[in-house]
Design a protein around this ligand. Structure first.
Ligand SMILES: C[S@@+](CC[C@H](N)C(=O)[O-])C[C@H]1O[C@@H](n2cnc3c(N)ncnc32)[C@H](O)[C@@H]1O
Length: 264
C-alpha cells in the first residue's frame, strides 16, 4: 500500500482520534493539581500553548474553565474551532508560535499546560527558554505551568516503538511511532509516525517524520534554573497518578513537572 508523506497535524481528525482516550484523565489531573498547588481563584483561566486539535481546550471548557490556546498549524485550529462550535462551547484560539507567542494580558492565567512532549518541538535552548519565560509572564503570581515530556536516555542504542489503536464512529486509526536514539551532541532525536486509517472499507497509510529536542533530567534542570520565576513544586509521570510523585531524575522516562509562578 503506498504511504502518503505528510504532516500528521494537517489531518487533525486522525490526531484527535488517537490521542482522545487520555483527555478526561489529563484534564482531571490538571484540575486536581491546580486545586492542590495553585492559588484559589474564581476566574479559572487556562492557557494551552500548541493546543492542536483542541481535545483539551474542549474538555477544559466543558469543565467551566475560560480557555485560551494557540497553535502553529491552521488545520488544527480550524478543527478545534469547529468542535467548539458543535458543542456550543467558547474558547479564544489564535495562530501563534510557542517561542514567540503574545497574549492580550500578562499575569492573567491561573494555569498553563503543555503535555505529551509538545515542548520538545522547540529545537533550540533559546526557543525553549523563550517559551518558558513567556508562559511565566502570562501566568498570575501563584499560577501553575504543567509541562509533560519524555526524557531521553543517551545510552540507548535501539529505537523505541509504540503502537496503539483507536476508533471514532466508523473510522479506525492505528498509530505506529518510532523514536531513534537521541544524539547527545545535536540534542535531537528523529521520530516517525505512521497512521493506518481505515474508513468505509478503504485503508490508507500516512507517514510523518520530525525531530524533537532531547532532554535528560540534568538538561531539564539546567533549563529550569534559567527561569527562576517558575519554581518546581512536584513531578509526576504520564500515568497522571497523584499518589505517586516522581523525582526529576533519569529513573523514569516520562515526566510531568508542576511549576509555580513565583510572586516577585
Ligand atoms: C502533540 S500535538 C499536541 C496538541 C495538544 N496540546 C494536545 O495535547 O493534544 C503538538 C502540536 O504542537 C504544534 N506545534 C509544534 N511546534 C509548534 C510551535 N513551535 N509553536 C506552536 N505550535 C507548535 C503542532 O501544530 C501540534 O498541533
Amino acid at each position: 500500500m503506498p504511504t502518503d508523506l505528510r504532516d500528521w497535524y494537517d489531518t487533525p481528525l486522525y490526531y484527535d482520534i488517537i490521542f482522545d482516550a487520555d483527555t478526561p484523565r489529563e484534564a482531571t489531573f490538571l484540575e486536581t493539581v491546580w486545586t492542590i498547588f495553585g492559588e484559589k481563584s474564581r476566574t479559572r483561566r487556562v492557557l494551552e500553548p500548541a493546543c492542536g486539535s483542541g481535545r483539551l481546550v474542549i474538555e477544559m471548557a466543558r469543565r467551566g474553565w475560560k480557555v485560551d490556546g494557540f497553535d502553529g498549524n491552521e488545520h488544527m485550529l480550524a478543527f478545534a474551532r469547529e468542535r467548539l462550535k458543535k458543542e456550543g462551547l467558547k474558547a479564544r484560539l489564535w495562530p501563534d508560535w510557542m517561542q514567540s507567542f503574545q497574549v492580550t494580558k500578562n499575569g492573567h492565567y491561573d494555569l498553563a499546560h503543555c503535555l505529551v512532549s509538545t515542548f520538545k518541538y522547540l529545537q533550540t535552548e533559546a526557543d525553549a527558554l523563550a517559551c518558558m519565560q513567556r508562559v511565566a509572564t502570562a501566568l498570575k503570581p501563584g499560577g501553575l505551568f504543567v509541562l509533560g515530556l519524555h526524557l531521553s536516555d543517551y545510552a540507548a542504542e535501539k529505537e523505541e516503538h509504540e503502537r496503539w489503536k483507536a476508533r471514532r464512529d466508523d473510522i479506525e486509526v492505528v498509530c505506529n511511532t518510532h523514536t531513534w536514539p537521541p544524539d547527545r551532541k545535536t540534542r535531537l532525536e528523529a521520530l516517525r509516525t505512521r497512521l493506518k486509517i481505515s474508513h468505509a472499507g478503504r485503508t490508507h497509510l500516512q507517514e510523518t517524520r520530525w525531530h524533537f529536542r532531547t532532554y535528560n533530567a540534568r538538561q531539564l534542570k539546567a533549563l529550569l534554573r534559567k527561569v527562576p520565576e517558575l519554581e518546581l513544586m512536584i513531578c509526576y509521570d504520564f500515568t497522571y497518578d497523584l499518589d505517586t510523585p516522581r523525582q526529576l531524575d533519569d529513573s523514569y522516562p516520562d515526566i510531568v513537572l508542576v511549576l509555580k509562578r513565583q510572586v516577585q
